[in-house]
Write a protein that binds this ligand. Structure first.
Ligand code: AMP
Ligand code: MG
Length: 402
């Protein structure tokens, strides 16, 4: 049996990052920057007012007080979006709105709250010091400043700064397109009635959700019956457009109903093996078709499929977007109860992590079909291959679930 680490390394080495593209910023959230983004212009681009009020020369209002207001003639009014330059002479003021360009000569803005709000003559009741309520050009970023580093995943704030800095497009790797296909004659659509012997398909929905959570754009194919020709056709169809394929089921050891294995073995580019882990031992991985689309054939037991996604597929997704650090780094926590694990297999046990206490409690229901227990867990407890038992109190590696 191959170790989890060696299998994961093999996968990571086999996958090529997506090519960078010029993406319109409107659809670029979730993409990962392929290069640094620097400011080409100052941010803000010009001196402007931070408040609604009056642009003044600070010295002119230095003596203002409620008892002895300074009265200034209002020369003009500038609003956000006015592009004509205007200038201010001593002893006067210009009514100004938030975001409006600061008149030449002005060195402070008196907020409207410190005045009587006059339109022809304004009474200022409080002095504004030099620079008050002024946003200076370049106070956020200067030309040449690094705004975003290559490798950054674009979220709302990052899209915001790209727009603010005037970039309509960005050089990045888009969200990987992932297709999920589940197989099995026993599978029925959730929401439809069931007869004994059938189960509702949980994997395709779960894996689709996991892939979306990992930042992918997901297509879920209809469930495939255990017919190798049809399964192969579906896989090949998906491989023509997807960046990564995930199948569930049909890869167990030796059963004649192992439809995914039967469908793919003759292609020769997907290999099936036993990985020294529990759950998730039967695994298949390879590259398919003209586009060398990576395919993961995950085992059908829901917890096996889930753990396999976390341990193998998610790192592969990160490679597709060229994100450094492919592997989720475990944290350490103290076991509140004992655990057991088969010899020679790395176990991923479902647990509840209390981050504050640094403690993790193994759940009951550790079989690979027990998805109810998985849904209660917020962490996977890792028991190394060589270890068969951990006593309560042992400090162990734990993978937090997103
Ligand atoms: P297989 O890997 O196809 O041999 O399936 C192993 C176990 O997982 C069997 O008990 C299947 O019924 C179950 N299983 C397979 N596919 C799914 C699925 N999509 N949703 C829930 N359980 C599944
Ligand atoms: Mg099956």
């Amino acid at each position: 049996m191959q170790s989890v680490e060696s299998y994961r390394e093999e996968i990571i080495a086999a996958i090529t990052p997506l090519p960078p593209e010029d993406l319109a910023i409107a659809g670029a959230d979730g993409a990962v920057l392929a290069e640094d983004v620097r400011a080409a212009w100052p941010l803000p681009g010009f001196d402007n007012s931070a408040m609604d009020g009056y642009a003044v020369i600070a010295a002119d209002v230095a003596t203002a007080s409620p008892d002895h207001p300074v009265r200034l003639p209002v020369e003009a009014e500038v609003a956000a979006g006015d592009t004509t330059a205007c200038s201010l002479a001593a002893g006067r003021c210009i009514k100004i709105m938030t975001g409006a360009r600061l008149p030449d000569g002005a060195d402070a803005v008196v907020p409207v709250e410190w005045t009587d709000g006059g339109n022809e003559i304004v009474a200022v009741t409080q002095p504004a010091s030099k620079g008050h309520a002024i946003r200076l050009a370049g106070d956020d970023a200067r030309p040449g400043d690094l705004l975003l580093m290559a490798g950054t995943r674009l979220g709302a704030a990052q899209i915001g700064v790209l727009a603010a800095a005037g970039h309509g497009t960005v050089r990045a790797r888009r969200r990987p397109r992932v297709t999920v296909i589940s197989t099995g004659n026993e599978l029925a659509e959730p929401g439809s009635p069931l007869v004994p012997g059938l189960i509702w398909d949980s994997n395709s929905y779960m894996l689709a959700a996991a892939a979306r959570q990992a930042g992918c754009e997901v297509t879920r194919y209809p469930t495939q019956r255990d017919e190798p020709e049809a399964v192969l056709a579906a896989i090949e169809h998906a491989a023509a457009t997807a960046d990564l394929l995930i199948t569930s089921g049909g890869v167990s050891m030796g059963g004649e109903h192992d439809v995914v294995k039967a469908a793919l073995t003759k292609l020769g580019t997907v290999t099936f093996r036993k990985v020294a882990m529990q759950p998730g031992m039967p695994q298949g991985f390879g590259l398919l078709g003209a586009r060398s689309t990576p395919i993961f054939t995950l085992p059908g037991n829901p917890v096996s499929a889930f753990v396999s996604f976390r341990v193998f597929v998610e790192p592969a997704v990160r490679v597709l977007q060229n994100i450094q650090g492919q592997r989720a780094v475990p944290r350490r926590a103290r076991l509140t109860g004992p655990t057991t694990s088969p010899e020679g297999r790395q176990s991923f046990l479902r647990g509840i992590l209390d981050s504050e206490a640094g403690a993790v409690t193994p759940l009951t229901g550790q079989s690979s079909h027990q998805i109810a227990s998985l849904a209660r867990a917020n962490a996977l407890i890792i028991v190394p291959e060589a270890v068969t038992e951990f006593p309560a109190g042992e400090v162990v590696d734990v993978l937090e679930l997103p």
